[in-house]
Write a protein that binds this ligand. Structure first.
Ligand code: ARG
Length: 459
């Protein structure tokens, strides 16, 4: 029977089933027990319970933990949630002392604490995994600072870049993600416990002690805010969503690149799947799933935002709906980071195909315009139109601009009929890439410099 008072209960089982969260919030058992041990220690230090009772409580809770971890613990719907289930079993084991544990707290601050501990723990795990992924990307980058690949905008060939630079773009996204998890961790590292139901407690508790015992920086400020605050959960959902968006973008590129039309990469057989009816096929199921799961993760963020938006202060049972989405997003993020790292680690990079693709689409066209601006002091717009004529000439000859002879180029427009023959070397694709030496640019040297900075940061 649920703990809330029911006036006339004709269908207790239905209510229990509807009201209970134990089947999913048992995920929080370790945090619940950790929080209860800390709370009991603080109660004993403050002489609110005796040291003997505290010792019994702690030993009992550790036994409950063992029972849960060895699989002998019986989770029952009637216990409603993980908090009641653990407390019930504790009281069975140690008797009356178990009943003293709930002094000066409520399930409202208890669940907020368990959940905050979970979110903080998982942030650290995710940060570690993000770091592993970044290391993999930087490793690839390091090996491919001279590998040409068409840089694109609008998915159209734009300018030649190097593949290392392309990998570094993703590494930078994941670095921002890492920092986002880090700043959320810092902002939310406050302990709800001791806020009690909504208004604090008349008992002489020491919330700073509890916070310290649990590894929080401080207790949360306002009990009324604390008991229904789920910003920390929303933040991890947002942080995961943003990071999954980055994962999804990289996945999208892997899918495109591994298609016949691109042929830039091949996913290792270990991480590719085949079709049940077309034996010749190799499908990019892994990046497709990463892209697909991103949608689910966004859903979890929107769900919780929606749950929260109409809640009057303070605790409302609606917030029990906060957990499943967070558990799901966290698990999705963890496995996604692991598998993406593995895919990237074993990715086969077709350097020749990438470089060949650069010879399509006049990737060095901007270099001609830049040359005219720099050497002939032309307004950029004039240079742009001359370049357009040279592109037309190359198209007419069925050549890439980087393959034009000086005579062919001079023929394209009167303004360039006397252009120095050195321009040909400016139109070379590798030179074009290497010309972009500005900070954050794609030249091999600038890329290597960025890699150095990144590696320093990774340490
Ligand atoms: N299972 C509940 C939850 O997840 C715990 C808090 C219950 N508090 C209450 N006042 N009914 O939110």
């Amino acid at each position: 029977m649920a703990s809330g008072q029911i006036l006339k209960n004709t269908n207790a089982k239905l209510l229990d089933e509807f009201n209970a969260s134990v089947m999913f919030d048992k995920e929080l058992y370790a945090q619940d027990i950790k929080g209860s041990i800390a709370h009991s220690k603080m109660l004993a230090l403050q002489d609110i319970i005796t040291v003997e009772d505290q010792e019994k409580i702690e030993a009992g809770l550790l036994q409950v933990k063992d029972e849960i971890e060895s699989g002998v613990f019986e989770w029952k719907i009637e216990h409603e949630d993980v908090h009641m289930a653990v407390e019930n079993r504790l009281t069975q084991i140690i008797g009356d002392a178990g009943g003293r544990l709930h002094t000066a707290r409520s399930r409202n601050d208890q669940v907020a604490t368990d959940f905050a501990l979970y979110v903080q723990d998982k942030s650290l795990v995710i940060k570690q995994k993000l770091k592993t992924l970044m290391k993999t990307l930087v490793n690839i980058a390091d090996k491919h600072t001279e590998t040409l690949i068409p840089g694109m905008t609008h998915l159209q060939h734009a300018q030649p870049i190097n593949f290392g630079f392309h990998m570094l773009a993703y590494a930078n996204m994941f670095k921002r993600d890492f920092e986002r998890f880090e700043s959320s961790y810092k902002r939310n590292n406050n302990c709800p416990l001791g806020s009690a139901a909504l208004a604090g407690t008349p008992h002489n508790i020491d919330r700073f002690k509890t916070a310290e015992l649990l590894g929080f920086d401080a207790p949360t400020a306002c009990a009324l805010d604390t008991s229904s605050n789920r910003d920390f959960a929303l933040e991890i959902l947002f942080n995961i969503s943003t990071s999954m968006m980055h994962i999804s973008r990289l996945s999208e590129e892997l899918i495109l690149w591994s298609s016949y039309e691109f042929g830039f990469v091949k996913m290792s057989d270990e991480y590719a799947t085949t079709s049940s009816i077309m034996p010749q096929k190799k499908n990019p199921d892994v990046p497709e799933l990463l892209r697909g799961k991103t949608g689910r993760v966004y859903g979890n963020l929107i769900s919780l935002l929606t749950v929260m938006k109409g809640l009057p202060l303070a605790y409302n049972k609606d917030t029990q709906e906060d957990k499943e989405g967070v558990f799901d997003s966290v698990k999705t993020m963890e496995i996604s980071l692991d598998i993406l790292t593995a895919v990237m680690d074993t990715l086969i990079i077709n350097v020749d195909t990438m470089e060949k693709a650069c010879k399509v689409g006049h990737l060095s066209a901007t270099d001609l315009a830049d040359y005219l601006v720099k050497k002939a002091n032309m307004p950029f717009r004039t240079a742009y139109y001359i370049t357009k004529d040279v592109v037309a000439m190359a198209n007419k000859l069925n050549k890439d601009m980087s393959e034009l002879t000086i005579e062919e180029l001079r023929d394209a427009n009167d303004e360039v009929k006397d252009i120095d023959k050195e321009i040909i070397s400016y139109l070379d694709l590798r030179n074009s890439m290497n010309a972009r030496t500005s900070f954050g640019g794609t030249s091999t040297a600038a890329t290597l410099y960025q890699i150095d900075i990144f590696k320093d940061w990774l340490k």
